[in-house]
Ligand binder design. Structure first.
Ligand code: NI
Ligand code: MN
Length: 227
């Protein structure tokens, strides 16, 4: 199983012979657009945490280009269907579904959600992916929330992808608290540095996690991590 960072909150997860892309935002991401070749991306599934532009800007074109199944909220599914993207799998918070690569659990995220054209997108979500004997939590955009305490009662997480950029989501200190709440020792950072509001001091973030004995990876765009 391997994970490649495509910038902002966009990742490619390769597992069980399938390719999953989370929250595609590449061609309008100043940090990623010259490093990631959008036209060469392949996917079997696209997972969308919420409707905001920095998570969906490339969704429709990527869905057309790849023919992937889009896993998202009921409301984003209905919006996509209206736009002619019909290979969708609608979910909602608290539910799970078994796909050919493993099981996806849709979990709560403390955040807002609307689509770039103003359409209602349901509530914001995160995902827990259970595949190949491992469990990975993709938190989406979220604040630190006590709901996270429920996660370890059901899931023994191997890795968690958490936002650290502050302003729109939790900062790295809250992400470190979240890591302890979800009882996960391997954290991969997302939602940082892309634009002015979410610049992160990497040294300070790494030192803070080290102090709490939790491994933090702040990935470079195009970096691949073996899980
Ligand atoms: Ni957002
Ligand atoms: Mn965002």
């Amino acid at each position: 199983m391997q994970l490649t960072y495509l910038g902002h909150s966009c990742f490619l997860l390769e597992t069980a012979g399938k390719k999953l892309i989370f929250d595609p935002f590449i061609r309008n991401n100043e940090l990623a657009k010259d490093k990631v070749s959008f036209e060469e991306l392949e996917a079997d599934y696209i997972l969308i945490s919420h409707g905001h532009e920095d998570h969906t800007a490339d969704l429709i074109d990527l869905a057309k280009q790849t023919g992937a199944t889009v896993v998202c909220s009921w409301e984003i599914h209905a919006w996509l269907n209206q736009k002619g993207i019909t290979k969708t799998h609608p979910m909602n918070i608290g539910g799970k579904w078994q796909f050919d690569f493993g099981t996806v659990h849709m979990v709560f995220a403390a955040h807002s959600s609307s689509l770039p054209d103003g359409s209602y997108a349901g509530v914001a979500a995160g995902f827990i992916i259970e595949s190949n004997g491992k469990k990975i939590y993709y938190a989406g955009d979220t604040a630190l929330t006590s709901d996270m305490q429920l996660i370890p009662t059901k899931h023994k997480l191997d890795y968690a992808l958490l936002p650290i950029g502050d302003n729109f989501t939790m900062d790295y200190k809250d992400a470190c608290t979240a890591a302890r709440m979800i009882q996960c020792k391997q954290i991969i950072a997302m939602h940082f540095d892309t634009f002015g509001f979410i610049q992160v001091n990497h040294e300070e973030a790494l030192a803070h996690f080290k102090q709490h004995e939790i491994a933090l990876t702040i990935p470079q765009i195009t970096e691949t991590i073996q899980l």
